[in-house]
Each structure stands twice: as C-alpha cells, then as structure tokens.
Design a protein around this ligand. Sequence first.
Ligand code: SAM
Length: 296
Amino acid sequence: MPVGCMSQPTLPNFQRAKPFVKWVGGKRSLLPELLRRVPAQFKNYYEPFVGGGALFYTLNNKGIIDIGGGGQAFLSDVNFDLIITYQVIQRDPEPLIAKLREYAAKHNKGYYYHIRSQHQLDDRVEIAARFIYLNKTCFNGLWRVNSKGEFNVPIGSYENPAICQPEDLRACHVSLQAVEITLCDFCDIAPCTDDFVYFDPPYHTQTSSGFTKYAQDDFGEGEHKALRDLCRCLHERGVFFMLSNSDTPLVRALYADAPFRIEVMQAPRMVNRNPTGRGAINELLIRNYGKETDGE
Ligand SMILES: C[S@@+](CC[C@H](N)C(=O)[O-])C[C@H]1O[C@@H](n2cnc3c(N)ncnc32)[C@H](O)[C@@H]1O
C-alpha cells in the first residue's frame, strides 16, 4: 500500500462521515456544546462558512438534518478550492481517491513544492486532489494565499501524513448526497422561516497577529458588522441561528442587545502564528432562540 494511503475497516458510511480536511477554526472540540444548543426542530440547515463542516457531518450522521424528509442542507464558503473539492466528493470520490493514491506514493519535499506551484489547474479532480494533498502535508493544515490568490504555505514536518483516506472520502460522498454546495459569500444565503443557520465566520481578532486570512479577502470589522445585520434580518424572518466567534469587545458590542443571547465557551485555539497564542481561549456562542444556559 502506498505511504500515506490508509485503509480503514468499513463501517456504515452514513454514520462515520467527518471533515475530509484539517481546517483552521474547525469545530470538532466544541461539537458537544454546539449539539446541545441546536434547535429541537428546524426545516432546512445552512452552513455558510462551512470550512471542514464538522457540525454538518455530526448533525447528518445523527439524522438531525431531515434530508429527504422535506429538509435540505445548504453548505457554502468563499474558498474556491474547498468548494470544488466538496463538489467532486459529492459527485464521485473514486477518481479523486486514485489521484490521491498517486500523490501519496510520490510524496516528498520536492513533490510538495511541485504540486504547490500548480496554481492554474482546470481539471476539477486535480484541483480537489491538490487541495487535499496540500492540506494534509502543509504546515499546520493552514490554507493561506498570497495577494495573487496563490497558496503559499510551506511543507509541514509529518512522518507519514494520511494523504489518502478512501473510506473517509466515501463516507463524505454518502453524507453529501442531496446537499446543495455553493461557492458564495455568506450574504448570499436565503434561508426561510424555521430554517436553522450555523455561522462560524473567521474569528474577529483585535491585533494583526491573529490568523484571519482564509481566502483572498480579509474578514474585517465591516464583514463582522454585515454579519450581525444579516442576523437581525434572519431573526425578523423567523430563522433560527447560532453563531461562533471569539470573545472580543467588538463581538460583544455587536450582539449586546436582544434578540441575541451570548454564552461564553472555552475553546482550544489551534492555529496562531505566535506559538504562545495557542491554548484555551474564550469563544462566544450567540443564538436568537433558547435559554441562555442550555439548548432548546
Ligand atoms: C472558522 S472557518 C469555518 C470552520 C468550520 N466551521 C469547520 O468546522 O471547519 C471560516 C470559514 O469561512 C470562510 N469564509 C471567509 N470569508 C467568507 C465569506 N465572506 N463568506 C463565506 N465564507 C467565508 C473561510 O473560507 C473558512 O472556511
């Protein structure tokens, strides 16, 4: 078996889907707290900053999103390569698995920088394979691009990175059936009454040392204000929403008034340019429904 190509025992696919990438701000550590606070009933599910999609997979694995029973899931993000990868996995993961096997067999430092330099690929499977390969082998699983939109993270130091995980990709394929996956800005979603939206935007940071750059455009104070305004509109429309963000004075001020309810959580922060910036920090969970201290 090629190095980095891990086969795992086959389990019922639908119940074991999990993020196919490591993602900055991934929500796996906070999942139990998030799950407790999901509305008891909702119609459609929206995740407009989907990233790795940890909450989506968990809800879908548990049958909480009623896909096929009248409910739909809408996943979106502005990261082009990420969304192409979701769409490739949704359609047919096998060509992608074959490509990743090839990349895993060839993986070394020179090969990493060769693949990294391929900024203008046209083939969707190659875009997806490059995206997963770089994510699994780059420093800290970061996705950072320069001003031209070119990925520029150096190689990480992993002994045997898990580049190709066929069963995980097949599980994601099953979980993503009947899901609408779109490349779009968070402002462009259109949920209706009784739908549920989980917002996990890039964290607001007060200093320039914090990591907030995921795609070509920064997510700054203006975007955080626009997100708050969208939340107000959604509330008026009868949409449930839950939002995660860092505990900063700006975020507290934006959501200080009704209908917003703020709770403080402790979240391990995985990526920060300054190694001393890692560790448990406070994160805010903001909702427009339920009690202040527990789920619906
Ligand atoms: C904190 S991460 C989401 C993490 C995700 N919940 C997870 O579990 O992996 C933020 C995401 O927002 C996306 N993003 C940044 N600006 C955006 C925008 N204006 N509209 C939609 N998505 C955006 C980034 O590409 C990134 O995937």
